[in-house]
Ligand binder design. Structure first.
Ligand code: ZN
Length: 98
C-alpha cells in the first residue's frame, strides 16, 4: 500500500476521505535571446573550456536549466499555498482609528 503524507505539515493522507492535492512545479531558465550578439554566436567556447582545463582550473558547476517538483498537500496546506504561493511576507496593514 502506498502511503501519502502532506509535504508541508506531515499529516498522513493515506486514508483521508477528502483526498489530497498534488502540486506540480517546474522551474526553467529563460535566456533573453535578443541580447545575444553575432559576437556571442561566433565565440569559440570549446577553446575557452580547453584553456581552463589545461590551466587546471575547475569548471563552474552548471546550474540545472530545468527542474520539476511534485508535492502532496492536505486540504489545509493547499489552501495556505494558494493564498501565498511564493510564501512572501505580506505587508501588514495597520488601520488606525480616526
Ligand atoms: Zn498539510
Amino acid at each position: 500500500m502506498i502511503r501519502y503524507s502532506c509535504d508541508m505539515c506531515g499529516k498522513d493522507l493515506t486514508k483521508v476521505q477528502e483526498g489530497r492535492f498534488v502540486l506540480k512545479m517546474e522551474s526553467c531558465a529563460v535566456i533573453p535571446t535578443e541580447e545575444l550578439t553575432d559576437e556571442d554566436m561566433d565565440a569559440d567556447h570549446l577553446e575557452e573550456i580547453g584553456e581552463l582545463l589545461s590551466r587546471g582550473e575547475e569548471l563552474p558547476e552548471p546550474i540545472p536549466s530545468a527542474r520539476s517538483f511534485s508535492f502532496d498537500l492536505c486540504h489545509f496546506c493547499h489552501a495556505k499555498f494558494l493564498a501565498n504561493p511564493l510564501n512572501v511576507q505580506l505587508p501588514k496593514f495597520d488601520f488606525s482609528e480616526n
